[in-house]
Design a protein around this ligand. Structure first.
Ligand code: MG
Length: 381
């Protein structure tokens, strides 16, 4: 079997899909994207595709080496995300060619269902309570929320209290047997994080995500020691070597993104590395159905998997949502807060190619907002 064609599709709300075709007629799909920089990743996929044309798609490990390292310069969000999407597509092809789900090719499943969480936004506490209640009604046992908006360099007493109050509202609705995770998006300075996390500890969050920026991993040991709140990070880390400082620092939860961190091939290695540090795995995935299908393949084969992010109804999903481009929604039917394993071949997702091609003609130009402090200076989003 040989790869004959690689195409990319810029589809709303903010995604990029790739389609890898073979001379046997087997087609694999991947999702190579950096949110807000999709066009840049598309160009990177085009360059990497030059190498793949004419190659045997089954040599995934070798292709990963060449695509990741063969250009001399390596790593970073753009290249690692381009490799990630192509890697997903190659695993999809391998599964379809062998008539087996990817999890079977990886040694077989270790679980029947995978816990997933839902996003809640709601800047106002009353709206937040309603949104958490709606997710509980939908069967979810865990939600994730942003902790705060633009935050002062050193959080004021009011800002710290507002973070705690929002989480307290969610906790009140959830009760003691469900979970709330809190995403800081790197908006806190190290001193603010040391101030805020101990205040949150009594509310028992599942984890606090990106309390610091990813380039501040050297400061994580102090933050791990500062409170009992489990720390999570990883959506802006792109390979094993990027995760090592955070794991060494004692993070509780590693969050590689299947569409950023080199795909299934590299996330398996990150998972193995995390296991040696006693860290749990919770792949980042505010993305589309292919990225989620790839994430779930990891969930099926990873013993120390904790929970999976998924984007259904997330605030970014305007114009299209998780199910807009799939023929069969069954793999994404969540009951009792869990996704259920299927044994469909490949990644297990059937893409509506006509819908994807039509959406690509519309395209998108999604960009994240640029935030400012009240004095006009840049603020982390
Ligand atoms: Mg996050």
């Amino acid at each position: 079997m040989k790869i004959t064609r690689v195409e990319t599709f810029l589809v709303p709300p903010r995604w990029l899909f790739c389609r890898v075709e073979t001379d046997d007629g087997v087609v694999g799909w991947g999702e190579p994207v950096v949110e807000g920089r999709a066009e840049v990743v598309r160009a990177a996929v085009d360059v990497l595709a030059e190498y793949l044309i004419g190659k045997d798609p089954a040599r995934i490990q070798d292709h990963w080496q060449v695509l990741s390292k063969g250009g001399f310069y390596r790593g970073g969000p753009v290249l690692s995300s381009a490799v990630a999407g192509l890697d997903q597509a190659l695993w999809d092809i391998a599964g379809k060619a062998y008539g087996a789900p990817v999890h079977a090719l990886l040694g077989g499943p270790v679980r029947e269902r995978a816990r997933v969480y839902a996003w809640v936004g709601g800047d106002e506490p009353s709206a937040l309570a309603e949104q958490v209640a709606a997710q509980v009604d939908a069967g979810f046992t865990a939600v994730k929320m942003n902790a705060a908006g633009v935050t002062s360099p050193l959080t004021t007493l009011a800002e710290t209290a507002a973070v705690v109050e929002r989480v307290a509202v969610a906790r009140e609705v959830l009760g003691a047997h469900r979970d709330v995770a809190v995403d800081f998006h790197g908006r806190l300075t190290p001193a603010s994080a040391r101030r805020v996390l101990p205040e949150l500890a009594p509310l028992h969050p599942l984890f606090a995500e990106e309390p610091l920026l990813p380039d501040q991993a050297r400061l994580l040991p102090g933050l791990v020691a500062a409170s009992s709140v489990p720390l999570a990070t990883g959506e802006r880390l792109y390979g094993r070597a990027d995760f090592l400082p955070a794991l060494t620092a004692g993070i509780a939860v590693a969050q590689p993104d299947l569409s950023h961190a080199g795909g299934i091939t590299e996330v398996l290695r990150i998972a193995a590395l995390a296991e040696t540090y006693g860290a749990l795995l919770a792949p980042h995935c505010p993305l589309g159905p292919i990225a989620l299908a790839a994430s779930l393949q990891i969930a099926w084969v990873t013993p120390h998997f904790l929970i999976q992010e998924q984007s259904r109804g997330i605030h970014y999903n305007k114009e299209a949502d998780l199910l807009s481009y799939v023929v069969d929604t069954e793999p994404f039917r969540f009951t009792d807060g869990h996704a259920h394993r299927t044994d469909r071949p490949g990644l297990g997702v059937e893409i509506d190619e006509a819908a994807v091609r039509a959406a690509d003609r519309r395209g998108h130009a999604w960009r994240n907002p640029v935030w400012r402090q009240p004095d006009g200076s840049f603020a982390e989003w």
